[in-house]
Design a protein around this ligand. Structure first.
Ligand SMILES: Nc1ncnc2c1ncn2[C@@H]1O[C@H](COP(=O)(O)OP(=O)(O)OP(=O)(O)O)[C@@H](O)[C@H]1O
Ligand SMILES: [Mg+2]
Length: 708
């Protein structure tokens, strides 16, 4: 894989092979980095590139959300969940009134859902067929031989969290084992929501509702990385919710933040208080939690959904009730699906992994049935439960097992050494309450452990409230575990409509995106730069010599650290100039890392997380100054990183959001360019090593040969 860094010009559309045979690109062996894929950073030096025109600085501009304000009639928020999804909306004229989507068709025995299952069905021709219960029921009723041709997908959102090298080409696997592009599936789902919502709005208004009247909000886990957020945005563009030209029409909201915005407005009768103590930490009853907050009160919101659990720590600033993030968003894949996986593991233990694998592929509809049956029993689990929980095994399971193994499921249960699961005479698995509780344990333990770590942080240790939200927050076992572990530290509160908290909060966020004034950067961000080589300080393998000047390559030039506070609207601004007038494109790559102590872009854990590519053409007939100015603006205080580059000569601009998750293919387009050394101004070069927000020196060297 090729890694490119910093900013550089593009040598037209020169093919890689052309660059390879160009003798200018050869460098002495002594300057070659250890790996062949990384052999020639120096080759680009002195050729095309860009140079800084001004020292960078932080600009506390007016809130960009406000300055770019557009008039929308309605805000529609989509909570695209791992297991269930939904939308809610509010007319901007009536912001206090949040409407949750009208009830959808279908439902499951023993399970009440306010959202609809995140399941999608495509025809054998790969055309969208249906979503939610409709998809599941239709798929279920298909003849098994026919069902093999259809593409049925569920739980696919987790792929965006777990795929490290997510690209626009990432695949998902349907129930029949066939691959389908993830982008296509997300776009289909969002398009479906768009159509449903616009239909509902039109019905309400009594006239056709235009998409341009809507501000869309899509919620994503706070712990998602930038590529996953960009992926969602791209899918929304494909679905026609917004477009790159009108990117402000779509806002990405972070799930626990949305919940927090809602929770701070809760009235007392809308909450369930787990703590028996009437007043912990000086809190006494009042109209709303928000009104009960004193200036500076801190709280944690734990969003426990199907796939992920993510947490945010906020401080409320009165009188406006604005929020300040106190600690970077944290969390992990500890959603309620963990319980389902434990159940699957238990089935594997009893019936054999080979059988379960085959059964899932050969009888996918029956597998769906079995998991629906499990879901209703899972929700009946409680700490004080004494009677067993029965899970009906589909006939197809019993039948297929007999064919597969040559003996009955009853026999398998008797033979297995799982003695807390029995076979009931009515064809059901009978689980003791302890057996069910054991399925919850690993997931709940992970959540408690995560919370314990979080409470160790000084910023968090004094929180007064802990809001437990998301569907999994309804689980009495989770509620009890959180209360037992943290009930003496803070008040544990569960909103009444716990499953809709995120959705409603996302609507509020769409109405006023500036409510969160300060965020913590989840990661360390920077670009690759050249620094003056300092003997003894820089490693020899990073030495690069050009025209007698000794450079250290690959320096990760940090412009923000993980957990650093950034105010909304805070911008890093810097100007560059292309070194070569014939340069056609400038490329800025942004890198991120979980760690704070990053020295080089080649350090473990450093990943490219965004690219800006600015077209420099279109100046024919124009008087372009010798030092053509390319201004870059970067913003980290929002839910997404926003970066813009503007070519002052042509006023052409490009936003990070428009160029998302490049495929490997695209990123291998050979580029060349380099630092343009400002003659006689070495002090300036040295000044680029200052921490945070002070510098971004373009560096272009090693991208050329990585993977070339
Ligand atoms: N009483 C309960 N006990 C255990 N789990 C429950 C209970 N009620 C709901 N859940 C689980 O909550 C999950 C749904 O919650 P929610 O709708 O918040 O998740 P999601 O939004 O789909 O997922 P994510 O936010 O992680 O993408 C399901 O996995 C469901 O099994
Ligand atoms: Mg959710």
């Amino acid at each position: 894989m090729m890694e490119s860094v910093g900013m550089y010009g593009l040598c037209g559309c020169a093919a890689k092979s052309k660059m390879k045979c160009d003798s200018r690109w050869e460098i002495p062996a002594s300057e070659t980095a250890p790996t062949s894929a990384y052999s020639s950073p120096a080759r680009s030096l002195g050729d095309t590139g860009i140079t800084p025109l001004s020292p960078s600085h932080i600009v506390n501009d007016a809130d960009p959300n406000v300055s770019e304000q557009q008039t929308f009639l309605v805000v529609v928020a989509i909570d695209f969940g791992t297991t269930s999804s939904g939308y809610a909306y509010s007319f901007t004229k009536e912001p206090e009134c949040i409407h949750v989507m009208r009830r959808w068709e279908g439902g499951d025995p023993g399970v009440s859902n306010q959202k609809t299952p995140t399941t999608i069905l495509l025809t054998p021709e790969r055309k969208f067929h249906s979503f939610g219960y409709a998809a599941r029921d239709f798929y279920h009723d298909l003849d098994p031989s026919e069902a093999k041709q259809w593409l049925y997908l569920e739980r696919f959102k987790m792929r965006l969290h777990t795929t490290g090298d997510l690209t626009m080409d990432t695949d998902l696997t349907a129930a029949n084992g066939k691959k389908v592009k993830a982008l296509e599936i997300f776009a289909y789902a969002l398009q479906y929501f768009k159509e449903q919502a616009l239909k509902e709005l039109s019905d309400q208004a009594g006239s056709e509702f235009e998409n341009s009247d809507v501000r869309w909000v899509i919620t994503v886990p706070a712990i998602w990385k930038q590529p996953a957020k960009q992926f969602m945005r791209q899918a929304a563009y494909q679905a026609g919710l917004a477009s790159p030209e009108n990117s402000e029409q779509l806002i990405i909201a972070l799930e626990p933040e949305a919940a927090s915005i809602y929770c701070r407005k809760l009235r007392l009768h809308q909450m369930i208080e787990l703590s028996s103590k009437a007043a912990v930490n000086g809190y006494s009853s009042s109209d709303t939690v928000g009104a009960g907050f004193a200036q500076g009160d801190k709280y944690v919101v734990v969003d426990s959904g199907g796939g992920t659990v993510d947490l945010t720590v906020h401080q409320i600033r009165l009188p406006e009730g604005h929020l300040k993030e106190l600690y970077k968003a944290t969390g992990g894949p500890y959603g309620s699906l963990g319980v389902d996986y434990e159940f699957e593991k238990l089935l594997c233990k009893i019936f054999g992994e080979d059988f379960i694998e085959q059964f899932k592929i050969k009888r996918p509809a029956a597998w769906v049935d079995l998991m629906i049956a499990f879901e209703s029993r899972k929700r009946a689990a409680a700490p004080d439960r004494t009677n067993p929980l029965n899970i009906t095994l589909p006939f197809s399971f019993i039948d297929y097992y007999k064919k597969f193994r040559g003996h009955s499921v009853e026999h398998a249960l008797r033979k297995s050494n799982v003695d807390f699961v029995k076979w009931s005479s009515q064809g059901m698995l009978r689980m003791s309450p302890d057996a069910m509780n054991a399925l919850f344990k690993p997931t709940i333990d992970s959540i408690i452990e995560h919370l314990r770590d979080l409470f160790q942080k000084p910023e968090v240790s004094t929180v007064k409230f802990l809001f437990l939200v998301g569907g999994f927050a309804e689980a009495p076992l989770l509620q009890q575990a959180v209360q037992a572990a943290f009930g003496d530290k803070c008040r544990i509160i569960i909103p009444q409509d716990v499953g809709l908290t995120i959705l409603k909060g996302a609507v509020l966020f769409g109405l006023d995106p500036a409510v969160i004034k300060v965020r913590r950067s989840p990661l360390t961000y920077g670009v690759g730069v050249l620094n003056r080589y300092v003997e003894g300080k820089h490693p020899p393998e990073k030495l690069l010599v050009k025209d007698g000047t000794r450079w250290c390559t690959d320096v990760f030039d940090k412009f923000i650290s993980a957990d650093q506070s950034v105010a909304l609207g805070e911008l890093v601004k810097r100007s560059y100039t292309p070194a070569k007038p014939s340069q056609l494109v400038i490329v800025i790559n942004i890198y991120s890392s979980e760690h704070d102590d990053v020295s080089f872009i080649t350090d473990p854990g450093v990943k490219k997380c965004g690219t800006l590519r600015l077209d420099l053409t279109g100046t024919s007939g124009m008087a372009v100054p010798a030092r053509r100015e390319i201004q870059t603006l970067m913003q980290f205080g929002d839910t997404e990183i926003k970066a813009t580059a503007v070519d002052i000569a042509t006023s052409k601009s490009v936003k990070l959001m428009d160029y998302v998750c490049e495929t490997e293919q695209e990123s291998e387009v050979p580029r060349l360019g380099t630092l343009w050394e400002k003659k006689g101004d070495s002090s300036r070069i040295n000044s680029f090593v200052r921490p945070c927000f002070t510098h971004m020196l373009p560096k272009v060297s090693q991208f050329i040969l990585k993977g070339a």
